[in-house]
Design a protein around this ligand. Sequence first.
Ligand code: CA
Ligand code: CA
Ligand code: CA
Length: 290
Amino acid sequence: MMEFSKSWLPVGIVTVMFFLNSCKTEVPDSDLTYSEYITQVFEYVYGPGQHAVIAQSTDTANFTGEPGNGWLYLGGFGGYVVAGFDHNIYNHTGADFEVLALQGAMPEPAVVYVMPDTNADGYPNDTWYELKGNQFENSKRNYWVKYSKAANAESNITWVDSEGASGELISGYGTATSAGWWWPGTTANDITLRGTRLPDSYENNPVNGSQYWTVPKDRFTWGYAENNYGTDFDATSWGNKLDISNAVDAAGNPVELTHIRFIKIQTAVFQQAGWTNEVSAELRGARELK
Ligand SMILES: [Ca+2]
Ligand SMILES: [Ca+2]
Ligand SMILES: [Ca+2]
């Protein structure tokens, strides 16, 4: 990388640098303000789905700060984002933070995991805890799907899962095959995505011989992101209000967390519902609730 001395830089940049340097020394800690929104995205993987080509790595900016016009596509089952607040979110009585989603007609539920910064290094390298929701007893934990890139444009993405099942991703709308559902950010020819799998969300009740897909209102009632049928849903923020007290450990047993710093949100339904295609969450960030 080329090096620049300060004398090369335009006056404006030097002024900004001076300003930043002076901020460092002159603002007392007690005056620091923290953001109520996510401030950093650490990892993002789009799960195979119909928006693979338009889902950009830079869309992670749409998951930080106050929601603007954009959003972040998680894609189909297993697609996820790992992000953090700039301070601890404490577990007080009731909901502690909300996950904001793109407005849509029906739920495309994602499971939310939380992590305290146990080793206090500012990075999500500690232990994840799943927040359970109403389908906890009916979900498959430690489930995985290994997807393989389509052999060519005329064929489909194929998959095998942790239960020995296999199949192809079927495009029901937009393109003849699912070949184009492979995210350009996934440079390998296959990818294994692991997490909790929720029950299928959509049911098809054909009308006059045509597909008619709906999500039963009582399927996802609380505890998930992008769930506008939840009792924890706020139609003003288009967010689901989540409680750290619902955290469970790897064995599924409740854990008491006093606070968390990081969240991971992962598309948790593995279903291609006819013309609706894959069930895939679209998100706009998260906000602390006080
Ligand atoms: Ca709480
Ligand atoms: Ca850490
Ligand atoms: Ca979607």
